[in-house]
Design a protein around this ligand. Structure first.
Ligand code: SF4
Length: 407
């Protein structure tokens, strides 16, 4: 069996500017960035040089079945730069026939020629960061694009998908942004489905430290939908999308049959993946390795890998992925949930210990099973939809308590 990761994530940290809710490792380059020549090109080219070096530094290269170019705003890059990246993988790792090669793109950061350029470079799935179609909401969130940009991008993507040039695309929205009450959310969702995207990601807004939203929250100036409104929003999302054939295969992801994101399933299923670029986290064999989030430190880190002849992939191939609590947390995000005994057996606990630990976990989860948030079928546990998926935090907190107690 091939033990080497078959998936690679590539981080492109550049954005035009930082959105008010975002705490990712990004480098804002301003509005007029030009990545081949002119403004911003030096920074981008220098970063790509290091990124290429890092990709080549892996000793155990193996053929890939998914590649995901994320960010940041990868569509800031010129198609030629994306092509060079894909070619680097093709020539040094190999890319499987039928591989899923995804790229995140933002409205107003690419035109139709760029889109065809990315497709010619090998991208066959796009994830479009629409977030909202409402100009007031977009402005309040510090987004750079307008409703018209989002609509235009969706129309282009629908066109290339309908004509068979790409395998799939995702329309990404953020739920519970400021000003997004029940009516506004319904409008956003209804607008989104007019473009029939085969995949829809719906992320819940999180207020992260160091963001403009956090500052506003501290000043008491961030007005978000109430918990009740947020729950109504989620519930309506579930019913609207389910009624027209979408399946919620993961807490934040809906798809039509055959359009689940293969790459993201790798993260949730605990399979290994490579990762390249500033601030990104790889986990080839369970151990996680996060690269520095600051450019200078990332570059020094890449050089160190070379000078010390280190392998940024790590070499401990006997390590089985993740701690049990993390496996349970990720597994419960998926519609099919987890086979708890399978996870327990991987711990190599003797029978008695396994049974005791199982009973202790069951006692923590009893109330969730009774209230229907959590469902048990044999040894399989999964969240009910929509209630369990919306309130998964309570279930996870009790699981983490259990994990602390037994360790
Ligand atoms: S475009 Fe995306 S990555 Fe860039 S700042 Fe906005 S949310 Fe963050």
């Amino acid at each position: 069996m091939n033990k080497f990761p078959r998936s690679a994530y590539v981080h492109i940290p550049f954005c035009h500017r930082r959105c008010f809710y975002c705490d990712f490792a990004v480098i804002p380059l301003g509005n007029k960035v030009e990545t081949l020549q002119g403004y911003g090109s030096k920074t981008v080219k220098e970063y790509l040089n290091f990124l290429h070096k890092e990709i080549l530094s892996i000793k155990h290269k193996s053929s890939l079945s998914t590649i995901y170019v994320g960010g940041g705003t990868p569509s800031i890059l010129d198609p030629k730069q994306i092509e060079d990246l894909i070619d680097l993988f093709k020539e040094n790792y190999g890319i499987d026939y039928g591989a899923e090669i995804s790229m995140e793109i933002d409205p107003a950061s690419f035109n139709q020629d760029d889109l065809y350029g990315y497709i010619n470079a090998g991208i066959n799935r796009f994830s479009l960061g629409v977030q909202s179609f409402n100009n007031q909401i977009l402005k309040k969130a510090g987004r750079r694009h307008l409703r018209e940009d989002a609509e235009r991008s969706c129309t282009w993507l629908k066109g290339v998908y309908d004509s068979g040039l790409i395998k799939s695309w995702s329309l990404d929205l953020i739920q519970n942004l400021p000003l997004s009450g029940f009516k506004e959310w319904q409008d956003d969702l209804k607008k989104a489905i007019t473009f029939s995207p085969p995949h829809i990601s719906i992320y819940d807004l999180n207020i992260e430290n160091g963001t403009v939203f956090k500052k506003l929250e501290n000043l008491g100036k961030l007005k978000l939908p109430s918990d009740e409104e947020a729950f109504r929003n989620s519930e309506s999302t579930h019913f609207i999308l389910k009624n027209i054939g979408y399946s919620r295969y993961e807490i934040s992801n809906y798809s039509l049959p055959g359009h689940q994101s293969r790459h993201n399933r790798v993260y949730w299923s605990g399979l290994g993946w490579w990762s390249f670029g500033q601030g990104s986290t790889s986990s080839p064999w369970g151990e996680k390795l996060t690269r520095p989030r600051v450019s200078k430190e990332y570059k020094e880190w890449v050089i160190r890998q070379f000078e010390l002849n280190l392998d940024s992939s790590l070499t401990n191939q006997d390590f089985v992925y993740g701690e049990l609590d993390e496996k349970i947390m990720l597994g419960l995000r998926l519609k099919e949930g987890i086979d708890i005994y399978k996870f327990f057996e991987e711990q190599n606990w003797e029978n008695k210990k396994l049974e005791i630990n199982f009973r202790k976990l069951l006692s923590k989860w009893e109330r969730f099973l009774e209230s229907g948030l959590l469902v048990r079928k044999g040894n399989r546990f999964f969240l009910s939809d929509p209630k369990g998926m919306e309130l998964s935090n309570q279930i996870l907190i009790s699981m983490f308590e259990w994990w602390d107690e037994i360790n």
